[in-house]
Design a protein around this ligand. Structure first.
Ligand code: FAD
Ligand code: S2G
Ligand code: ZN
Length: 478
């Protein structure tokens, strides 16, 4: 169990009783109350399968009112609650640490509407991202985020983690695309949508406090999301380069040449590229290179855009920045190339235990960290690779070992966090802090900020029942 491996003490929450189960069955019906140990496996273990909780009940409400009634009861009884969406989170935030009640949004997946004039999509929080993407696309719109977990992650979980992803470069953060939220507080108070207008300066922007709060301040039950018009012409370049220096120069040229139509700029080193196509049994699009870059372009002028992309690639090759590459615009071919990038996380997990670091680091120094860690760890680890959203200064540093070794953790931490702080980066760019990174926010936040977050938590959730042992540190700066 998580509690054993990461030595954390259970706080004094109530223990679940038969009466509680009776109350829950009255609220959501028998089918909404999951208690069988084998059924609970899904709810207790995270996607990486390295955090295992001990919950004895998962609840599956269908409506905001049912969810509110559940929280009201848990708050009165001081039962701890772990809100859960698609359970694809990578920092151990979505599963219980001990016997917290799992509050699953799975059945709250109704898509309300998409206003095709304003682009405002209204959906229940449990809708799966890919379902929303298809719904928006059929109506000439796109959802402003895309991540490898789209097949199971939910829009509520995306908002709760302030997910970044592959389209961040084009559409920005969920803070700019979420127009409003319906949220339920720990005591059951339902905080309704506001105006859901783009501009609304009538008081504090409360819904923003829930974006990225990872289930610790309130449970998101509905989302109003701004969905931009769907581009009519998309193309994707997959390029091979000889050095990270060349990757950076390639980024500079690309961002200047493709400004308005650039929609993604991702990089991979040879380690994660090879692991991905081998583990997913796909043929590699290019022969071996030290680095790979993916450049996606999305616009509305097919001919003009294609010319701009091909003349850019020509320039990059003439300057010897790109050695070899391919440009595709056939949807199924683009999908298969994206699969290699989106499949890295899963491929790495098949090689052993993965130490994941999701860091914001200034582009210039970004890959120095991968090289430093590779040197520092040598043959004590199976592999050390770097990839990610270069356009957002977001590095995914992944170290694979045969199993979990505390001595490896000691070698990696706090070395990586101190390195990141020294380079004025963030120790969690997009995945959040969850359980596994709950004690590292001080590498990117001031003591004053951490104290204010503690006071916010006490105000929003006075009994501390929402997702305990997550996000905030075990002990606060005095
Ligand atoms: P869960 O994992 O269920 O929960 C995540 C956190 O949010 C938990 O703390 C949980 O308590 C809370 N939560 C969930 N739903 C709610 C709700 N309705 N109200 C309040 N709190 C809630 N992340 C990125 O940012 N960018 C990426 O590119 C990316 N790529 C990924 C690729 C793969 C293959 C995988 C497996 C994961 C990836 N992730 C990425 C991480 C993960 O998918 C995101 O964090 C995602 O937003 C989690 O959504 P979820 O519905 O699975 O939430
Ligand atoms: C991605 C997935 C997690 C990782 O694919 O962009 O967010 O670090 C990552 O492998
Ligand atoms: Zn990512």
């Amino acid at each position: 169990f998580t509690a054993d491996r990461y030595n954390v003490r259970r706080r004094d929450y109530a223990k679940l009783s038969e009466d509680d189960l009776r109350v829950f069955r009255d609220i959501v019906g028998d089918s909404g109350v999951v208690t069988g140990p084998e059924d609970l496996e899904f709810y207790n273990v995270d996607w990486l399968r390295i955090c295992r909780g001990q919950s004895t009940v998962a609840l599956r409400p269908k409506t905001t009112q049912q969810l509110s009634d559940i929280l009201k009861h848990c708050n009165t009884r001081k039962l701890a609650v772990c809100p859960q969406g698609g359970n694809t989170g990578l920092v151990g935030g979505s599963v219980p640490v001990f016997d917290e009640v799992v509050l699953s949004l799975n059945l709250m997946n109704h898509i309300e509407s998409l206003d095709t004039v304003s682009g405002t999509l209204i959906s229940q929080a449990g809708a799966v991202l890919e379902t929303l993407e298809n719904y928006a696309s059929e109506r000439g719109r796109v959802v402003p985020l895309d991540l490898g977990a789209k097949g199971s992650c939910q829009i509520g979980g995306n908002v709760a983690t302030n997910a970044g992803g592959l389209r961040f470069l084009r559409y920005g953060s969920l803070h700019s695309n979420v127009l409003g939220l319906e949220t339920v507080l720990a005591d059951g108070t339902i905080l309704p949508f506001g105006t859901n207008m783009r501009k609304d300066n009538t008081g504090y922007h409360l819904h923003h406090s829930f974006i990225g709060s990872e289930g610790t301040l309130g449970v998101i039950t509905q989302v109003a999301l701004l969905c931009p018009p769907k581009p009519s012409s998309v193309s994707l370049c997959f390029l091979g380069l000889n050095s990270f220096e060349d990757v950076l120069k390639c980024y500079d040229e690309t961002s200047k040449a493709l400004t308005d139509i650039l929609s993604a700029f991702e990089f991979l080193d040879t380690e994660c590229y090879t692991t991905s196509y081998q583990e997913h049994n796909v043929s590699p699009p290019l022969k071996p290179f030290p680095f790979y870059v993916m450049i996606e372009v999305s616009g509305w002028n097919a001919e003009g855009d294609t010319n701009r992309v091909s003349s850019l690639v020509e320039t990059l090759m003439n300057k010897n920045l790109v050695i070899h590459g391919t440009i595709v615009n056939e949807p199924s071919h683009m999908l298969s190339l994206w699969k290699i990038r989106e499949g890295v996380a899963e491929a790495l997990t098949r090689r052993g235990y993965v130490y994941k670091y999701d860091l914001s680091i200034p582009k210039r120094e970004m890959y120095n960290l991968v090289e430093d860690v590779r040197k520092r760890m040598g043959s004590s680890v199976e592999s050390c690779s770097g990839y990610g959203h270069l356009g957002d200064n977001n590095l995914h540093l992944n170290i694979v070992t045969k199993d979990y070794y505390p001595e490896v953790t000691k070698q990696l931490e706090p070395y990586i966090f101190e390195w990141t702080r020294k380079h004025k980066g963030s120790v969690s760019a997009e995945h959040g802090l969850g359980f596994k990174k709950r004690n590292v926010m001080q590498y990117s936040q001031s003591p004053q900020a951490i104290k204010l977050m503690q006071r916010m938590k006490e105000l929003y959730d006075p009994n501390g029942i929402l997702n305990p042992y997550k996000v905030l540190p075990d002990s606060f700066p005095s």
